[in-house]
Structure formats: C-alpha cells, structure tokens
Write a protein that binds this ligand. Structure first.
Ligand SMILES: [Zn+2]
Length: 141
C-alpha cells in the first residue's frame, strides 16, 4: 500500500524474532516497514488512528533522511544520543499532530518510557523525555 506517496511494506515475518525489529514500524527512505498488525489495520475500512500516527512519525524520519542523506542520517542516528533524541522528538511531533487533529490523546508517559528504554538504546533519561514530549504536545495547535 501507499501512504502520501510513500510505499508501505510488511516486514518479513522473521523480524518478529529480532528485538527492536519486532516493533511497530521503521523507516528507511523511501520505504516504511510495518508489522502485519499495522498493515492489516491500515488496509481496513476503519484504520486505527494510532497506526496513522505511526505513519506520520515514520514520514518525518523519511523527510529527514532525504534532507541529510540516508547514510549520513543512519550514522548520526546510531552514534549520537542527542541526534537520535531530537529526530525522535521531531517524528513524534508528526504523529502527535495527527492525534490532536483527530481529538485523541497521547500517552506521553508511555512514549517517555520507550524513549528511555533499550529500544532506543537508552538515548535519554525518562524525566527529560517526558518534559520534552510534554513541550512538543503543547506546541501543536
Ligand atoms: Zn522514530
């Protein structure tokens, strides 16, 4: 399927056994990879708005990868905690925007927990993640 001109692809089933890759979605420009659950919901008549927010999140990553070059982005993302955190905040803002437009809430504590976990290689302490995420949520009109 396609979302706003971006090709959305199901992850191969072996990904579910690899920690990190079993997570809902990843973006590698020009593609977004999603799990079966996300893919099926998106193709359904009544897609889960949280999964649309996931696509908006990944779309931001793709825009930034195009700006900086996928390789350059990848290296920085891998080796700089602060870069990774800023990119995730930016992408999360994209997802949050969708939720706010749809008059839905955002579980900031859940995001902050995930940002400070192994999933993002402990890129930021929980308290800072929570504070910055709250700021981003407030910034969205
Ligand atoms: Zn992300």
């Amino acid at each position: 399927m396609e979302y706003k001109g971006i090709k959305v692809i199901r992850k191969p089933s072996f990904c579910r056994f690899i920690p990190g890759l079993s997570y809902t979605a990843q973006a590698i420009s020009p593609y977004i990879f999603v799990t079966d659950e996300v893919y099926e919901s998106l193709c359904s008549e009544d897609p889960n708005p949280r999964f649309i927010a996931v696509l908006e999140h990944e779309k931001k990553h793709i825009e930034r990868q195009k700006e900086l070059g996928v390789f350059n982005f990848g290296i920085k993302y891998l080796f700089s905690l602060e870069f990774r955190f800023q990119e995730e905040l930016l992408a999360t803002k994209g997802g949050m925007k969708h939720m706010k437009e749809t008059k839905l809430s955002w579980d900031i504590e859940r995001s902050a927990k995930s940002f400070s976990s192994w999933l993002y290689l402990w890129m930021v302490p929980y308290e800072r993640a929570k504070r910055e995420l709250e700021k981003v949520w407030e910034e969205i009109k």
